[in-house]
Design a protein around this ligand. Structure first.
Ligand code: 13P
Length: 258
């Protein structure tokens, strides 16, 4: 079975003003090699999208939004739509990050609406799922992930699911320095792919890209990438440093082509 093309994505969260984002992007552009073996994406705050898009012109690095609202336009103060992200130069959008679920009331139902809004214009949704520490400790990891998949992807067709990337981010590993072991991550990735197979069939399941997120660094990306069902990473803290993020990209290429 051919492995899927990896994606290394940087989620900048609420870090970097426009000028700071411009500086980071310029450094990244010079450090990330022009290779086609791995897809690379960065998701700056909305206020930096256009400046980052301008700098990324002519580079292999893709641009993503960190969220979107499901309406195209309207009286929704503070929100951003899929066409706005596209016009700003995005072809990816992160949906359902655990921080949005935790602080902004996102649910599997809102995640579902956002995926449905992202797909028609060609944005690739990076759909985040994952269990909390308490859920893992009470052995609910698989049931939580299953519910997130069932409800989040409800009504998504097998044509549509091929455009979706899933990111497994155990909440207890985000920003904590605690990485899931490669076996812990692989076990859940395999479960997610198994769920995809039941829902969409073998060939679709084999093609769906599943990223790992949670304290990914240059020191652990190589081992993560050797696992059969890990197809890349959604990187938080380490994506804010150009050298670290570029190292993660380079090491993921080596691991993927070994
Ligand atoms: P850290 O890499 O900082 O743990 O963040 C992971 C994350 O939430 C990426 O979306």
């Amino acid at each position: 079975m051919a492995k899927r093309k990896p994606l290394i994505a940087g989620n900048w969260k609420m870090y970097k003003t426009g000028p700071q984002a411009a500086e980071l992007t310029s450094r990244l552009k010079s450090l990330v090699p022009d290779i086609m073996d791995v897809d690379v994406m960065v998701a700056p705050p909305f206020t930096a999208l256009e400046v980052v898009a301008g700098i990324l012109k002519g580079s292999v690095i893709h641009l993503g939004g960190q969220d979107l609202f499901w309406e195209v336009e309207g009286a929704y103060t503070g929100e951003i739509s899929a066409p706005m992200l596209e016009a700003a130069g995005c072809n990816y959008v992160i949906i359902g990050h655990s921080e949005r679920r935790q602080y902004f009331g996102e649910t599997n139902a809102t995640v579902n609406r956002k995926i449905q809004a992202a797909l028609p214009g060609g944005l690739i949704p990076v759909v985040c799922i994952g269990e909390s520490e308490a859920e893992r400790e009470s052995n609910e990891t698989f049931s939580v992930v299953q519910k997130q998949l069932e409800e989040g992807l409800e009504g998504i067709t097998s044509d549509e699911i091929q455009k979706v990337t899933v990111a497994y981010e155990p909440v207890w590993a985000i920003g904590t320095g605690k990485t899931a072991t490669t076996d812990q991550a692989q076990e859940v990735h395999q479960f997610i792919r198994g769920w995809m197979e039941t829902a969409y069939g073998n060939s679709v399941a084999n093609d769906v890209r599943i990223l790992y997120g949670g304290s990914v660094k240059p020191e652990n990306i190589g081992d993560l990438m050797t696992m059969a069902d890990i197809d890349g990473a959604l990187v938080g803290g380490a994506s804010l440093d150009a050298d670290s993020f570029a190292a993660i990209v380079r090491l993921s290429i080596n691991a993927a082509t070994d």
